[in-house]
Design a protein around this ligand. Sequence first.
Ligand code: FMN
Length: 199
Amino acid sequence: MAHRIGYLVGSLSSDSINRVLSKALVRLAPDGLELTEIPIRDLPLYNRDDEGDLAAPIVAFKQAVEQSDGLLFVSPEYNRSIPAPLKNAIDWGSRPWGQNSFARKPTGIIGASIGSIGTAVMQSSMRGVLSFLDAPQLNAPEAYITFDPEVYGDDGAVHDSSTEEFLRHYMEEYAAFVERVLSSALPGHVGDSDPDVMH
Ligand SMILES: Cc1cc2nc3c(=O)[nH]c(=O)nc-3n(C[C@H](O)[C@H](O)[C@H](O)COP(=O)(O)O)c2cc1C
């Protein structure tokens, strides 16, 4: 059975290189994955005052995350950290307390940058956040992409065979990881384990 994977693009830019990368990943994903974008653009800025009556885009976002079998984050690095729109989406998804939409979701993190370390610091920050949210992560392979515009077509085509093979392998490993996590999942409470740190 195919697994439904929601992917989040951490950039709102109209010419985002990470959106281009996400298209390549969709093309190269193995047959067992159905990738659908979970949009983050329309989410308001997180405010605890608004938790009591969640706005429609927040409800839709949380439902999309919860209905996904796994999540893939495709994001730039901003100032050596997680871009604000993506962190904002994660903060909404983690709330209200006790309704953490990310719990137990198998996740992958990949990102493209114009810099030589290819979003490594953002990815390291993401790992801490996702650990706290009880979301298992693909540890290896890591995927730090220094974006070369010659290599990627806007439609997701990849014009370099070693890059194509690297990305295909990443998606195969991610699919295998999702399968491992889902097949070992035990029934039980999904949510927050330590109320002291989530309030
Ligand atoms: C606010 C801001 C901060 C940035 N900080 C970093 C950074 O820390 N590391 C990096 O490699 N590139 C950084 N960049 C450059 C991005 O790699 C580049 O803008 C890239 O195109 C962003 O991805 P996107 O096209 O998907 O939005 C930054 C860009 C912006 C706009």
